[in-house]
Design a protein around this ligand. Structure first.
Ligand code: SRM
Ligand code: SF4
Length: 565
């Protein structure tokens, strides 16, 4: 018999430490403001860094310098990562330039476009945080709920062909984000030094304990599954007929994160549950989020994501609860098809005649020469910008009359190759990992150029260089680059060692399988080599690598090697 009593109604002492911290935080205030004023350390003392995540800020330290600083009896080089909330990834050029200027002034390592279509600034010092947050406000952005136990940045497909539909879906993504953000006055009080008295009912939806864990919502526009809709806690797939947005097929319970140390943690694909009319999406998202608020696990934090709530209580239970709260059953799923999950790089014309150019940005990192080139480009570009969930940059809504000029300018600045990078780079994602991520066990972003060279070489050797294969690498099993949805994935275990996953689908609706553990570069080349050779010789016309591995049952016998470097 499944226990369906809610943790949220249990005595606070029986819940985990994070729940108790939230409860005593006075709606995310804690002692953050006091901690910012302590000049003896670059850190924010106590457990306030956990609360700062709700404000979009992570306390980190430069891991490259840890050992040296320890030897010199210095505290770690504390610094902060600041993640903005940019629903749907849409910015004006002035906002992009504003972010760049703030990064020059307060951050290190340039601008980082993330796998959830926003930007992160790394290496911010404590004494600059407030100035940075006010600078972000001044360009019309904020960072609230970019992290923490709340609804994170709502993502939206960046398919440039269907302009009208795309605009509507992006507007719904923004409306959903606005509806789901925390309402606490703490953010303005701490960062803007706003003295307005707090509202008596500060958090009408979240309550004192917020959510048991992060909750991710995304909107995809078929046939492009760029956002990986089946990796979202709540995914909306646009149903389009005759160029009109009818509504959304809804899926629930996706998630990537897992721990190598816990067998009861796992990546999970979201399940399709039914169809809703388009305008109902924001309210529907709130209803689903509130079910997770009330029934998510608040004792065992490692089992607190929505995917585990669904597996613990059962999808039939969830559907009954949803019907009761929503007031009606969901309509039947509409037929739709996904064909890819990468970005369509290069120039594309929307159905309203406007042009969009998607530029490849390796690992989403904008620094060094690329940063200077983009700075020069944006000085003479008045249009809009969109960030993609594949860490790329789109120049959007360019009129026919200005397209040629934009193209020349990109060519002059040596940015035009980014419209057509080689096939493999365009289908590769990597997470940040070292040196900033506190959870990284191996390199990801910094190893990506070498990894690409290795995989390109293997593909050339077997004559399959022109076949796109989704490739993803993360520095640990948490899955920030959604590795378990890729055809080939590496997740970090230790410096230079990775778990190798194979067999995800090209359009992101099948999980990859663990093929070998603890492999180094030589090890995964040795394992991939014969598989790519067979793919070259035995694939069907247009067949993707992941589908081939499954059809030929090549993952049935796994080496599951335990190697050491
Ligand atoms: Fe993530 C934690 C970076 C997308 C699953 N993620 C982290 C932290 C904050 C590390 C930490 O907790 O101290 C990383 C900061 C690294 C740094 O130095 O910047 C981090 N995650 C990222 C980003 C920047 C990766 C990137 O290279 O772009 C992405 C920022 C997204 C954003 O803009 O909001 C990012 N993270 C994801 C995704 C992909 C997605 O959402 O589409 C996932 C998998 C989907 C999911 O949530 O299941 C993801 N991140 C995690 C997890 C595992 C959560 C779990 O359920 O177990 C953690 C660890 C945690 O929360 O405890 C994590
Ligand atoms: Fe850090 Fe792991 Fe996420 Fe990479 S996957 S950014 S190493 S938490």
């Amino acid at each position: 018999m499944v226990d369906r009593s809610t943790d949220i109604s249990q005595p606070l002492e029986s819940l985990n430490d994070n729940e108790q911290l939230k409860a005593r935080s006075r709606h995310l205030r804690g002692h953050i403001a006091e901690g910012l004023a302590v000049s003896a350390t670059g850190a924010v003392p106590g457990d306030d860094p956990l609360l700062m995540k709700f404000h979009g800020i992570y306390q980190q330290d430069d891991r490259d310098l840890r050992a040296e600083r320890r030897q010199r009896f210095l505290e770690p080089l504390y610094q902060f990562m600041v993640r903005m909330r940019i629903p749907g990834g849409q910015l004006t050029t002035a906002q992009w330039q504003g972010i760049d200027a703030l990064a020059h002034r307060y951050a290190e390592r340039g601008i980082r476009i993330t796998t959830r279509q926003t930007v992160q600034l790394h290496g911010v010092r404590k004494w600059h945080l407030r100035k940075l947050m006010q600078g972000i406000r001044d360009i019309g952005l904020d960072t609230i709920a970019a992290c923490g136990d709340d609804s994170r940045g709502v993502v939206c497909g960046a398919n440039p062909y269907q302009s009208d539909v795309h605009r509507r879906v992006a507007a719904l993504a923004r409306a959903t984000s606005n509806r789901l953000i925390p309402k606490t006055g703490a953010y303005k009080e701490i960062w803007y030094e706003d003295k307005a008295p707090a509202d008596a009912n500060e958090e009408p939806v979240y309550g004192d304990l917020y959510l048991p864990r992060k909750f991710k919502v995304g909107f995809a526009i078929p046939p492009v599954n760029d956002i990986d809709v089946y990796g979202q806690d709540l995914g909306f797939s646009a149903v389009v007929r005759d160029g009109q947005l009818l509504g959304f097929n809804v899926c629930v319970g996706g998630g990537m994160g897992q721990l190598d140390t816990r067998e009861d943690s796992y990546p999970r694909l979201a399940e399709d549950i039914g169809f809703i009319p388009a305008d109902e999406a924001p309210a529907f998202a709130e209803t689903v989020m509130c079910i997770q608020r009330d029934f998510g696990d608040r004792k065992d934090r490692h089992r607190s994501r929505f995917k585990y709530t669904l597996d613990r209580l059962g999808t039939p239970w969830f559907l009954a609860e949803l019907e009761q709260r929503w007031g009606k059953p969901l309509a039947a799923l509409e037929p739709l098809e996904y064909l890819s999950n990468g970005d369509r790089l290069g120039w594309h014309q929307g159905d309203d005649g406007l042009w969009h150019a998607t530029l490849y940005i390796e690992s989403g990192r904008v620094e060094g020469p690329l940063r200077s080139q983009l700075e020069a480009f944006f000085q003479h570009y008045g249009g809009e910008v969109r960030l993609t969930t594949n860490q790329n940059l789109q120049l959007i809504n360019i009129g026919e009359y200005e397209r040629e000029q934009v193209a020349w300018r990109l060519a002059d600045l040596d940015l035009d190759w980014r419209l057509e990078p080689d096939t493999q780079a365009a289908h590769t994602l990597s997470c940040v990992a070292l040196p900033t991520c506190g959870l990284a066990m191996a390199e990801a972003e910094r190893y990506t150029p070498d990894l690409l060279a290795v995989i390109d070489q293997l593909k050339h050797q077997h004559g399959v260089a022109a076949s796109p294969i989704t490739l993803r690498i993360t520095g640990c099993p948490n899955g920030c680059a959604r590795p378990y949805l890729a055809e080939i994935a590496l997740t970090g275990r230790a410096p230079g060692l990775y778990n190798l996953y194979l067999g995800g689908s090209f359009h992101g609706d099948r999980l990859a399988e663990l093929y070998a553990t603890n492999v180094d570069e030589a090890g995964f080349i040795e394992l991939l080599d014969p598989l790519l050779e067979r793919f070259a010789n035995q694939r069907r016309d247009g067949e993707h690598f992941g589908d081939f591995l499954i059809r030929k049952r090549l993952l049935d016998d796994k080496p599951l090697t335990i190697r050491s470097a």
